[in-house]
Design a protein around this ligand. Structure first.
Ligand code: DC
Length: 224
C-alpha cells in the first residue's frame, strides 16, 4: 500500500481545495472520490432513472465504463468514453451522487476502484468514508468541517465561479443539509469521523492556514 492521506468531511468543508493544495505541496496525486459517485448519479438521471432505485442502478453499473485519469497530475472523470469532469458539478448531480451513494452495490463497486488506485501511488483521497472504510489503515486521517452557513457560502461561490448565475444561497444551503443528513444517516459506510482522525474546523480559517495545519500534522505524525 502506497502512502495515503484520508481527508473526510461534509459537503462544502473545503476538502477539494485543500486536498489539491496539499497534493501539490507534497508532490502526490489527489483522488476526489465524490466525483465517482457524481458520475454514476449523473448517468442515472440522464437515463431518467431514480438514483435511489437499487435494481435499476445496479443494472446501470453493469453497463457503465467509469475511468479516472490523471492528466498533468489533475484528475479527469470519463463516463462511457466522455469527459464528464465539468458536467458532474451541477446541483442536480450533487443530489443524485448523494442518492446513489446510499446504495451498497454502488459503494462496493467504487470503493474497490478507489482502493485499487490508492494501492499504486502515494495520494490524498477526499470523501466521506476514506478513513473509516476505504482505507482504515491510512497513516494520516483528517476530518475537515465548518459551520453549515460557511459551507453554504463557499459552495455558492464555487458554483458562481463555474458560471452558475441562478443558484441562490437558500437553495445551496438546502442541498447541503439534505446531503449532510443522508450522507451521515445511511447505513453502509456513512459520513463519520474515524476514531483516529484529527478534526480540523475551518470555519474561521484561511485556506493557507488549513493547508499549513494539515502539513504540520502530517510531518509530526511522520516523525512520531
Ligand atoms: O464530495 P462530493 O460533494 O463531490 O460528493 C458527492 C456525494 O457523493 C456526497 O454527497 C456523498 C457521496 N460520497 C460518498 O458517499 N462517499 C465518498 N467517499 C465521497 C462522496
Amino acid at each position: 500500500m502506497a502512502m495515503a492521506i484520508a481527508l473526510d468531511g461534509p459537503a462544502g468543508a473545503g476538502k477539494s481545495t485543500i486536498a489539491k493544495r496539499i497534493a501539490d505541496q507534497l508532490g502526490i496525486l489527489y483522488l476526489d472520490t465524490g466525483a465517482m459517485y457524481r458520475a454514476i448519479g449523473l448517468k442515472a438521471i440522464q437515463q431518467g432513472l431514480s438514483p435511489k432505485d437499487e435494481t435499476a442502478v445496479e443494472n446501470l453499473l453493469n453497463v457503465t465504463q467509469l475511468d479516472i485519469r490523471f492528466v498533468d497530475g489533475a484528475q479527469q472523470v470519463w463516463l462511457d468514453g466522455q469527459n464528464v469532469s465539468d458536467a458532474i458539478r451541477t446541483p442536480e448531480a450533487s443530489k443524485a451522487a448523494s442518492d446513489v451513494s446510499t446504495l451498497p452495490v454502488v459503494r462496493r463497486h467504487l470503493v474497490e476502484l478507489q482502493r485499487d488506485i490508492a494501492r499504486r501511488q502515494a495520494m490524498i483521497l477526499d470523501g466521506r468514508d476514506i478513513g473509516t472504510y476505504v482505507l482504515p489503515d491510512a497513516p494520516h486521517k483528517i476530518f475537515l468541517t465548518a459551520s453549515l452557513d460557511e459551507r453554504a457560502h463557499r459552495r455558492l461561490l464555487d458554483l458562481q465561479n463555474r458560471g452558475n448565475t441562478t443558484a441562490t444561497l437558500a437553495e445551496v444551503k438546502a442541498d447541503i443539509e439534505y446531503r449532510d443528513n443522508q450522507d451521515s444517516q445511511r447505513s453502509f459506510a456513512p459520513l463519520k469521523q474515524a476514531e483516529d482522525a484529527v478534526l480540523v474546523d475551518t470555519t474561521t480559517m484561511t485556506i493557507d492556514e488549513v493547508v499549513q495545519t494539515i502539513i504540520d500534522l502530517i510531518e509530526k505524525q511522520k516523525r512520531a
